[in-house]
Design a protein around this ligand. Structure first.
Ligand code: SAH
Length: 355
């Protein structure tokens, strides 16, 4: 296993409980210390070894010298006046920045986590990809994004009940770290987030979808479709050249067969481009026979990207056409529109301020 080390220090948020066990026994400590540490890290959400009072002083000294917890620094926190959506911008150790968003719904609190700094997928409507890919986010850095949101909720007696890997980046390009993150946050000895409440969103990396299908983790897979035919999809999402729709749909069917989990398809409505009734019919045709759900997303207007919003009555018509064709469908409710909570917008805005 690859564990991060800076100045010889191990990053404990990168570790599953079994990794932590191996690490503490490697230091000559009894294995149960790992459970104690995990408890402090995830149940008490303490990130200062000195506060871990049931650990022997000598072991705390070793931890101080050999291990690291907090590596993310909060740069800004914006709170939506409309719905309480909170968007964090964090600085990572190497100076790059990522965002995470905490959303409050009537069914619970969800957190949107970034899996890469920037992105190299090149989708035409997305802000995250504008500066290209900087680097992968580590599992521990994803865990820290989530913990920051949970600590905010701790002050209100609330908890994070669902997690979406839908921030900046392509999680399936950062496969191992994304899965390790899922393992860490679902651990019964830790945060205990239900696997069924975790959604991983991909632009459609076919080999990775097929690999994920065999992992037997109870995730929901969301696939960013955004177009019902290859010509249109390729013009919006360059990844479609490598993995055109026929192959993508085949991988999605395999995912359903292997996991028994219904898929979600994301479809951003881009005014005048993919939002006509013919597109709805073509989409229904493409998805026919596959247990799935379509999430229509009114496009978030990104200043650098000139896409117009589909008017409300056309959004309704598109949804009704899909439903008429037997495809379950919802329109994503907009959260935090007054704080530009769409992917990449805060980071991009911050970079613009910095230059
Ligand atoms: N790379 C992954 C996950 C990150 S993006 C993926 O492509 O799925 C999360 C979702 O937001 C994707 O469906 C993405 O296509 C969508 N998205 C990106 N920019 C958007 C915008 N300006 N308006 C609406 N949705 C957008």
């Amino acid at each position: 296993m690859q564990e991060r080390q800076t100045e010889e220090k191990s990053h404990l948020y990168d570790m599953r409980l079994e990794d932590l066990r191996r690490w503490v026994t490697g230091l000559g400590e009894p294995a149960y210390r790992a459970v104690q540490l995990f408890d402090w890290m995830y149940k008490k959400r303490v990130s200062d070894f000195e506060e871990m009072t049931n650990l022997p002083k000598a072991f705390r000294a070793v931890l101080r010298e050999r291990a690291e917890l907090q590596t993310l620094e909060e740069v800004t926190r914006q709170v939506s006046k409309k719905d309480g959506t909170t968007k964090f911008l964090f600085r990572l150790r190497d100076g790059s920045t990522v965002e995470a968003v905490l959303m409050r719904h009537d069914y619970g609190n969800s957190v949107c986590v970034s899996t890469q700094v920037g992105c190299r997928m090149g989708c035409a409507f997305c802000a995250s990809t504008i500066g290209g890919l900087v680097r992968n986010v580590t599992a521990g850095e994803m865990v820290e994004q989530l913990l920051a949101c949970q600590r905010l909720l701790d002050g209100e007696g609330g908890r994070v009940s669902s997690v979406v890997l839908m921030g900046s980046g392509e999680p399936l390009e950062n496969y191992d770290a994304s899965l390790r993150f899922v393992d860490i946050i679902t651990s019964p000895e830790g945060l205990r987030i239900g696997g069924r409440h975790i959604t991983l969103s991909t632009s459609g990396l076919v080999p990775a979808i097929r690999k994920l299908a065999k992992e037997r983790r109870p995730l929901t897979l969301a696939v960013s479709l955004h177009a019902p035919n290859d010509e249109l999809r390729t013009s919006l999402m360059p990844i479609n050249r490598a993995y055109p729709l026929a192959r993508l749909m085949e991988a999605c069917r395999e995912y359903w067969q292997e996991t028994g989990r219904r898929l979600t398809f994301e479809y951003a409505l881009l005014g005048g481009i993919n939002d006509q009734l013919v597109h709805a019919r073509e989409l229904a045709e493409l998805l026919r026979g596959l247990p799935c759900h379509v999430n229509l997303i009114p496009v978030n207007e990104v200043p650098e990207r000139r896409f117009a919003r589909t008017p409300k009555h056309l959004v309704r018509a598109f949804r009704e056409e899909l439903e008429k064709q037997g495809i379950p469908c919802t329109v994503r409710r907009e959260m935090g529109s007054d704080i530009a909570a769409a992917c990449g917008q805060l980071r991009a805005g911050h970079a613009a301020i910095e230059v």
